[in-house]
Design a protein around this ligand. Structure first.
Ligand SMILES: NC(=O)C1=CN([C@@H]2O[C@H](COP(=O)(O)OP(=O)(O)OC[C@H]3O[C@@H](n4cnc5c(N)ncnc54)[C@H](O)[C@@H]3O)[C@@H](O)[C@H]2O)C=CC1
Ligand SMILES: C[C@H](O)[C@@H]1OC(=O)[C@H](O)[C@@H]1O
Length: 256
């Protein structure tokens, strides 16, 4: 197992990519702190996920707190330490992408997107890194960035800068935290079918277009992200830091 007895924190883990990553980390031997928004509607999903993790023979606890709140990272770290005694891996995954055109972007939509996806991530990564430094055994930090860190989208002008920001944050943190043995990497998913793009992909033309751009001939599934996240979290990636792992079915390189 790749993550035996490690403590892994994952934000936005109630569903989608975060959930699949949590289950894979549990299969690989980790105990989990499940970060979620704290909304009532998420609670049953979180309870079900914790049940699944326990049925895999591992343990999990949850923290309901908004990703954009600068104190959320401290709460996640406190929960990891009080339940499991350490923080070994931190996966910053929570994110939103409310598709909207640029010229009439509501200021609140822009600010909420940047706050949830990037500002909260900064403080959460800082909290996890301080704990890892204190423990003195290194650690692994992974930010779920996106193919959108590299390319634009007319309906994503508020979103793509947050994903480029996360990629850049991991690069700079790799430099800042390397001396403590803390590795920092970015995962760049392509188009993965989850709730974040359910409405967008309900448009059959858009869906066919995205599939057509993907050499592997299908959209991604959350499970496709889980192995790469577990790899980056594990000692198999002991010399990988400051890297970005594009997991997109080949979409990015498909010019013509
Ligand atoms: N689905 C895709 O095609 C891609 C997704 N990503 C990124 O992957 C990450 C996960 O997204 P998906 O699993 O696709 O979508 P999703 O909508 O299924 O999951 C998003 C998760 O973030 C949580 N979340 C949202 N706002 C939050 C808040 N304010 N506080 C705490 N948690 C909050 C949600 O509760 C949910 O658990 C996001 O950062 C997204 O930008 C990146 C590239 C492609
Ligand atoms: C929400 C989008 O469909 C998804 O998110 C991203 O980061 C990429 O732009 C994907 O297409």
């Amino acid at each position: 197992m790749l993550l035996n007895d490690k403590t892994v924190i994952i934000t936005g883990a109630s569903r989608g990519i975060g959930r699949a990553a949590a289950l894979e980390c549990a299969r690989q031997g980790a105990n989990l702190v499940i970060g979620y928004s704290g909304s009532e509607s998420s609670q049953p999903l979180v309870d079900e996920l914790i049940g699944e993790i326990r049925s895999l023979g591992r343990d999990a606890t949850s923290v309901g707190a908004p990703a954009g709140d600068p104190n959320t990272g401290d709460k996640l770290v406190d929960a990891a330490v009080s339940h499991f005694g350490s923080v070994d891996v931190f996966v910053n995954n929570a994110g939103i992408c409310p598709f909207h055109s640029f010229l009439d972007m509501p200021r609140d939509t822009y600010l909420e997107t940047v706050n949830t996806n990037l500002n909260g991530a900064y403080f959460a990564v800082q909290a996890a890194a301080n704990r890892m430094k204190e423990q003195g055994n290194g650690g692994a930090i992974i930010a779920v960035s996106s193919i959108s860190a590299l390319v634009g989208g007319a309906m994503q002008t508020h979103y793509t800068p947050t994903k480029a920001g996360l990629l850049s944050l991991m690069q700079s943190c790799a430099v800042a935290l390397g001396p403590y043995g803390i590795r920092c990497n970015a995962l760049l998913p392509g188009t993965i079918e989850t709730d974040i793009n359910k409405d967008d992909l309900a448009d059959q033309d858009k869906r066919d277009y995205m599939i057509g751009r993907t050499p592997l001939g299908r959209l991604g599934r959350p499970e496709d992200m889980a192995g790469p996240i577990a790899f980056l979290a594990s000692d198999m990636a002991a010399y990988v830091t400051g890297a970005s792992l594009l997991v997109d079915g080949g979409m990015f390189v498909n010019l013509q």
